[in-house]
Write a protein that binds this ligand. Structure first.
Ligand code: 4IA
Length: 393
């Protein structure tokens, strides 16, 4: 029998400060029963990583949120990547992997670098700025929608759409209801935007339709795969970059270490993801009865994987709560693990590296100028605002 916990990992106190609660879950056992959800939970690195690796037992096609698609109608037509198992997943994933390739990123790097440098130049000249609304939310919007080839009109809906989808992985709680209020237009905008006729030539969106023309997927599947870019590609990097700046501002000696060697930029971003993982949690569903660390989990159970808690498990990481950019972060599960590991991880890394480098080159000191303000979301650890003050280099 697993230990029973009464805490609700989606209530507002938990979402506002998840790291205050992770130790309770890790210490309760390798597998816990979360009474508030009617689901199992795992928060230790070993079990989280093992579950992610065993995608046959811990499947995704029944949804990676609390809802079991075998019993409930999905919130939206399921993602053909995230909410799919092999063989479907492997077919869609391999065609998407060819589009999000090293070669395409190599081409984008100089363009994105110039945009990062210009944006940071403008912010540095002002001395005070908001690291979320004026940097984290701005940079991905400067580079990503053009890369996909999205129509110009309505791009502001992207963040609203992501907030809705990431909220929908959790229960239908107040965070879901309030977080989604007034954002309904985003859903129809995204559906329209993903159509072949609305995408610009030369982008990753049209590349997916080219894959359909080549017989690798159907026209309908192509639209839904483009939707995956839009869902997964913005709010994640927005909060990844915002948390990177938060981490550097709260750890001045680490920022100085980065300034002394800007080649540490990629490591700094990776460590910021381990230290504060944007995607905090995901569910899997058991496709069979399975025993984990002596606990029997029945078939058809929802299992909540606490990625962010695994990334600070003291059994796996030394001094896990401290942000150290020279740490070896390999194996962190901030991008997941196994066959579903983040398709866009190289995109995210490039964005993070460019922002970190541009800051390190132009700023001699970075200080918080107020407390960070959280934006509660059922899946993402998100920020609404974080005012900072800088000294130019
Ligand atoms: C999709 C895990 C998260 C970044 C994600 C969200 C949505 C999708 C993929 C990944 O719609 O395919």
């Amino acid at each position: 029998m697993p230990a029973t916990l009464t805490l609700d990992p989606f209530d507002e106190a938990f979402l506002a400060d998840p790291y205050a609660h992770h130790e309770t879950i890790r210490n309760a056992g390798p597998v816990v029963w979360l009474e508030a959800l009617g689901a199992y939970g795992m928060a230790r690195y070993a079990e989280v990583q093992a579950a992610l690796r065993d995608h046959v037992t811990f499947c995704s096609a029944r949804g990676v949120g609390l809802a079991d698609f075998a019993r409930e109608t999905p919130f939206r037509p399921p993602s053909l990547l995230l909410e799919a198992d092999p063989p479907l997943h492997d077919r869609t994933r391999s065609l998407m992997n060819k589009i999000v390739s090293l070669g395409s990123l190599k081409e984008l790097r100089p363009v994105w670098q110039a945009k990062a440098e210009r944006l940071v130049d403008e912010l540095v000249a002002r001395r005070h700025f908001d690291a979320v609304t004026e940097l984290g939310e701005v940079f991905p919007m400067l580079v990503f929608p053009d890369t996909i080839g999205l129509m110009d009109e309505g791009r502001e809906h992207l963040l609203d759409y992501a907030a809705i989808v990431f909220n929908a992985f959790g229960p239908r709680n107040a965070v879901f209801e309030e977080g989604n209020r007034g954002k309904e237009a985003a859903i129809s905008w995204v559906a329209e935007t993903c159509r072949r006729g609305n995408l610009k030539p030369g982008g990753w969106g049209m590349a997916v339709y080219a894959a359909a023309d080549a017989g690798l997927c159907t026209e309908d599947e192509a639209g839904r795969l483009v939707r995956s870019f839009l869902t997964a590609g913005v709010d994640t990097t927005v909060n990844g970059i915002s948390h990177l700046v938060l981490a550097l501002a709260q750890h001045p000696s680490e920022f100085q270490r980065l300034r002394a060697n800007t080649k540490l930029a990629t490591r700094a971003f990776e460590e910021s993801l381990r230290w504060d993982s944007t995607v905090q949690t995901f569910f899997r569903t058991t496709a069979r009865e399975v025993e984990v660390a002596g606990v029997t989990i029945p078939e058809g159970a929802k299992v909540l994987l606490f990625l962010a808690a695994a990334n600070r498990d003291p059994a796996r990481w030394s001094d896990p709560d401290s942000f150290r950019i020279e740490r070896n972060t390999s194996g962190h599960v901030g991008f997941g693990f196994g066959i579903h590991q983040c398709l866009g991880q190289m995109v995210a890394r490039l964005e993070g590296e460019l922002v970190a480098t541009a800051l390190a080159e132009r700023v001699s000191a970075l200080r918080p100028a107020g407390a960070p303000v959280r934006r509660l979301n059922n899946t993402l650890h998100a920020l609404a605002s974080f005012p900072v003050e800088i000294d130019p280099a």
